[in-house]
Ligand binder design. Structure first.
Ligand SMILES: [Zn+2]
Ligand SMILES: [Zn+2]
Length: 259
């Protein structure tokens, strides 16, 4: 077990949910074999908070971006601030950015504008993108193609589609990320996706404090629980946990250029 090396590619460690006990959360993650974590910004303020943690913790890196839920606030000043923050050395990607037509918390035209602006921004700063997509693949995938996401590099975080959508993501040069829902009894197409995507295009994440794996549903999620998701994906693929974890971590390190 000690050889286990896991990379939680999508956490929100800087969210208030962890303000009371982050050192204990981090200690449990490290004890569970989580050697690298990415903490993901969702607006200028949380992006600054993400960078603060990444500057303090040697095994945490940050991303900066404006989430589709906050797209209406993505004015020129907010985007300029994200671009300024994106230059920080501990920032390894732009995100999370994307479209969410499930919750529709920002008007769809504003979501699309914010996504396009931040794809251009990612190109200017030369960093890959962390993508959020709910019920919007048919609109979002052509936008990603148009903006040349293949040469930016990027990950479809908390993948929620089927094998056909996964195939289209791979064709765009994207990496697919599986989160806690792959462990649910009603995991829909996710077990098939877990078997379909080659390991050099697959990563895992917690998206904590959200989406705990089955055993912890209803509770706050945390990076240590990534081990449960990893074990489920290994089981689905008929691979050993250590071997799969090494492959997934290598994929994540290559995408985010993390040592
Ligand atoms: Zn998301
Ligand atoms: Zn997230």
């Amino acid at each position: 077990m000690t050889s286990l090396e896991l990379f939680d590619t999508h956490a929100h460690l800087h969210f208030p949910d962890f303000a009371g006990d982050l050192p204990a959360v981090m200690a449990r993650a490290r004890a569970a074999g989580v050697s690298r974590m990415l903490t993901v910004g969702t607006d200028p303020e949380t992006s600054r908070a993400a960078i603060e943690i990444a500057e303090r913790e040697s095994d945490v890196w940050a991303t900066v971006g404006i989430h589709p839920h906050d797209a209406e606030a993505a004015d020129d000043a907010a985007l300029a601030e994200i671009e300024r923050l994106a230059a920080a050395p501990r920032v390894v990607a732009v995100g999370e950015i994307g479209l969410d037509f499930f919750r529709d918390l920002s008007p769809r035209p504003a979501q699309e504008r914010a996504l396009r602006s931040q794809l251009d921004l990612a190109r200017r700063v030369g960093k890959p993108v962390v993508l959020h997509c709910r019920d919007a693949h048919d609109v979002m995938l052509p936008i990603l193609a148009e903006h040349g996401v293949a040469d930016l590099g990027g990950v479809m975080h908390c993948f929620s589609g089927d094998v056909d959508i996964a195939r289209r993501c791979l064709e765009l040069g994207l990496v697919v990320s599986l989160a806690g829902p792959v462990t649910y009894p009603k995991a829909r197409a996710l077990p098939d996706v877990a078997r379909f995507v080659p390991v050099d295009r697959l990563v895992i994440e917690t998206d904590c404090p959200y989406l705990p794996p089955q055993r912890f549903r209803g509770q706050r999620n945390e990076p240590a629980h990534i081990a449960i998701t990893a074990a489920r994906v290994a089981e689905l693929r008929g691979e050993t946990l250590d071997g799969l974890a090494a492959g997934l971590t290598a994929t994540a390190r290559a995408l985010f250029r993390v040592p």
